[in-house]
Design a protein around this ligand. Sequence first.
Ligand SMILES: Cc1cc2nc3c(=O)[nH]c(=O)nc-3n(C[C@H](O)[C@H](O)[C@H](O)COP(=O)(O)OP(=O)(O)OC[C@H]3O[C@@H](n4cnc5c(N)ncnc54)[C@H](O)[C@@H]3O)c2cc1C
Length: 376
Amino acid sequence: MTAVQKVLVIGAGAAGLTASALLADAGVQVDLVEAKPEVSALGSGITLQANALRVLREVGILDQCLVEGADSTQLRLRAPDPQATVLATMGAEGRGPTDLPNAIGMYRPALAGLLTERALELGVRFRFATTVAQLDQDDDGVDVTLDDGSVRRYDLVVAADGVRSATRAQLGIDLETRPLGMGIWRVFAPRPADVPTGELYYGGHCYIAGYTPTSADRLYAFLVEDAQDRSQVTPEEKVAIVRELASHYSGPWDEIRESITDPDAIHYTQFEEHLLPAPWNRGRVVVIGDAAHVCPPTFAQGAALALEDALVLTELLRAATTVDDELWDQFHARRLPRVQAVVEGSVTLARWQLEHVQGDLPGLMGGVQAVIAQPA
Ligand SMILES: Cc1cc2nc3c(=O)[nH]c(=O)nc-3n(C[C@H](O)[C@H](O)[C@H](O)COP(=O)(O)OP(=O)(O)OC[C@H]3O[C@@H](n4cnc5c(N)ncnc54)[C@H](O)[C@@H]3O)c2cc1C
């Protein structure tokens, strides 16, 4: 690759690992620094829709993801009534023209493991328990001072250090991350035999309740409530709260609820949103993934967008001879409108639910699906 030979990636989440692997595959020497002592991912599941799977195919790990994960091409909507009435089945027509599943569910640590293995195989050099202390750039490169005092020079720095990105702050970019007023309980649990695919229950006691298979015998279940401070909840209380919330739903929930006994398999997170307006770069440092955009997971798109950021950046760098304004203009033209549509759609759906507005859900879903069906 002529535009860049040496790149530093900051953060070993989905965005950073994907960017590292794709750049290394293009012949770039990639160093990856991660603040934590190892690659880590929440012990829960993730839904990867076709736009995420397209990127994972480019990374070279699609087949392994399909083996380790569980196909969720169909998405069933159920009513929060005692019969858990099936209201609709989306994706019943099967896979789209690319022959990729519409979505798969996967255990997050399994995805992180496959991305890490691929990055290592392609020669990415990992440095754990390491952060960036200072960035000094000129027209030709960036001098990066790490927290051990060592200084290295790179052609480009890709900051994929998450929602509260320290790099974004180091660049002097002010971005307000807003809470949406919703919190989600996620539980990693055994998969009952009568869960063939992902299922969602809108309304009832929670804003959303649902589950997505992550393998032949496991799933992750989720329940969305009004945001509240759950930081002092004891392990026993966690189990009791989730079982109580789940008791308002029937069908496969009856079996899932009974299996919820392990507090370590339960996680609570509040929904947040932000979208960094263009530019996402300052000279030769660019922020991607959650560092640039965060949305509630109402359309399960955050990681998919992060993966797309990495792919589009790599494609543009492969085609360019220099890192210049033209490259950044192309990057923003390909990323901003698409990311904005998905973030705004995700936020709109969350607001409708919070405010009990009967919006045009099929229209909103169709609009977001039409955007992500196009190549990034
Ligand atoms: C409840 C919930 C459910 C979701 N479900 C889905 C879903 O089903 N499908 C989907 O596509 N998306 C989903 N998302 C979104 C998805 O989880 C995120 O968008 C995605 O994980 C973002 O990846 P990232 O690499 O940008 O950031 P992160 O995963 O946050 O990774 C950032 C990395 O940078 C490291 N780091 C932080 N600071 C520094 C530093 N100073 N120096 C070095 N390293 C640093 C961190 O330790 C971390 O490893 C969900 C989000 C939430 C909150």
